[in-house]
Design a protein around this ligand. Structure first.
Ligand code: GLV
Length: 309
């Protein structure tokens, strides 16, 4: 029984050290340096290489080191007795809320424009928007989406939210299914995407949907790059239907140097940092699941491979 850490675009060392402290008698190795492939029963993953887990025939649990699992489900051909789990952590939800609130307020108060004006030593007052007069639409009501929607409503925004199945939240107007999507898009100033990536949600941020937002609408994408049809966003920014976008996730990460988003004056780019898994809080979840596997107890935060989240 041992653990393999398979990370791409993320440093595995701090995870190995932290887990080793909590599980001193367990062998914890970093892919691809493995002494005994057959001994691996638990894989901790972030964007594992295509089918890389196939070389560990006894893997029973594939634990995502983040909230999302599409990077595992889409890249691995998992055995039918293999379970996929993810991180569900209040710290992650709160970090996401703080990131989104920062993005919304700096948009309403036009901070990016003032930063540019400062570089040019220009003193020019512009009208600003208020929380009370701003309506927000949220796509995705999983653990993180629910937290963000609830807290934005508490701050005073008008909040609508959309999910696949029916949900009810205090002070948030909830819609679901294909019909409900239009209700969330229309009469909305700021759209926030926190959906999981599945075949049903891929390309959901497209011309047809984004053009239903209010004139001068704003997009915040913290879901996945594959949710966004990039040329549709550029078109809606360039014809001034949308006033801007804050993008934290991209089809290719890191965003290639020659990508047009870098240069666009109305796009703000952050390097996938909206909510980073906190090693202190999240390693406890990983250890619990590893011990549950050892003791044949029920695993926590299990996802449906069929649904994709
Ligand atoms: C971040 O993108 C995550 O999936 O946790």
């Amino acid at each position: 029984m041992s653990i393999i850490i398979c990370f791409n675009n993320k440093d595995p060392k701090p995870w190995q050290e932290t887990l080793q402290t909590k599980l001193p008698d367990t062998t914890i190795e970093i892919y691809p340096n493995v002494t005994d492939s057959e001994a691996i029963t638990f894989a901790l993953c972030w964007k594992p290489e295509q089918n890389s887990l196939a070389q560990f025939p006894n893997v029973k649990v594939v634990q995502s080191v983040g909230a999302s699992v599409e990077h595992i489900i889409q890249s691995q051909d998992l055995a039918s007795d293999c379970v996929v789990t993810r991180i569900v952590d209040n710290r992650l939800s709160e970090d996401m809320f703080e990131f989104i609130l920062t993005g919304i307020l700096s948009h309403l108060k036009r901070f990016a424009e003032y930063q540019k004006a400062q570089k040019e030593k220009q003193w020019q007052q512009k009208p600003y928007k208020t929380i009370q007069n701003t309506s927000i639409g949220i796509l995705g009501l999983g653990k993180i989406g629910t937290h963000v929607a609830t807290k934005l409503a508490q701050v005073g925004f008008t909040v609508k939210a959309w999910s696949k199945s029916e949900k009810t939240l205090v002070n948030v107007s909830c819609f679901y299914g294909n019909d409900g999507l239009t209700d969330v898009l229309q009469n909305t100033d700021i759209l926030i995407n926190i959906l999981p990536l599945t075949s049903a949600t891929e390309n959901i941020l497209n011309l047809k949907n984004l053009s239903q937002l209010n004139k001068n609408g704003y997009l915040i994408n913290v879901g996945r790059g594959e949710h966004l049809v990039e040329n549709d966003l550029l078109r809606l920014l360039n014809n001034q239907h949308l006033s801007g976008a804050l993008l934290d996730v991209f089809r290719t990460e890191p965003l290639p140097e020659n990508h047009p988003f870098w240069e666009h004056k109305n796009i703000t780019i952050t390097p996938h940092i909206a909510a980073i898994t906190n090693i202190e809080t999240a390693s406890g979840i990983v250890v619990t699941n590893y011990k549950n596997l050892l003791n044949e107890k029920e695993l926590i935060n299990v996802v449906s491979i069929e649904k994709g989240y």
